[in-house]
Structures are given as C-alpha cells and as structure tokens.
Design a protein around this ligand. Sequence first.
Ligand SMILES: [Zn+2]
Length: 78
Amino acid sequence: MRTVIVTAPGNVAIIDTPVPVVGPYEALVRTELACVCNNTDGELVGGKFTGMEAAFPFALGHESVGKVARPAILSKTA
Ligand SMILES: [Zn+2]
C-alpha cells in the first residue's frame, strides 16, 4: 500500500508499506481519499506538534475515507 510518511521535520515521502495486521476490535480500511489537514499535518510535518517532536518517521492520514476491507473481529480468540 502507499503511505505518506514524514521522515524528518519538513520532509514528506510517499512510500510502499506492508498492509497492516489488524488485531481484535480493529478493522482494515481501504483508503479511497485522503487529505492533508491544514492545521494538524502542518504542525506534524514542521515538527511542532506537541508530543510528536521526536516521533519521526510516522504516517500521516488522519483525515481520510474508505471502505472496510476486513471487518473487526469483536471477540478475542484464545
Ligand atoms: Zn485534521
């Protein structure tokens, strides 16, 4: 899958990453549209978002829509 990554303050890249492994109570969503958030993503890319100043690299994409590709399993397996 394609992922927008902030590699360092001021540096953004689009890279191929593995499809995430989902656990109990999580769903896998196939993103159909993603946007850059003017406020939060600007602070994240600039290294100024509180608590994320040293978290590089990380993925952007908190404003996106898509279809559920794998529904959540709502019971834990033994
Ligand atoms: Zn936002």
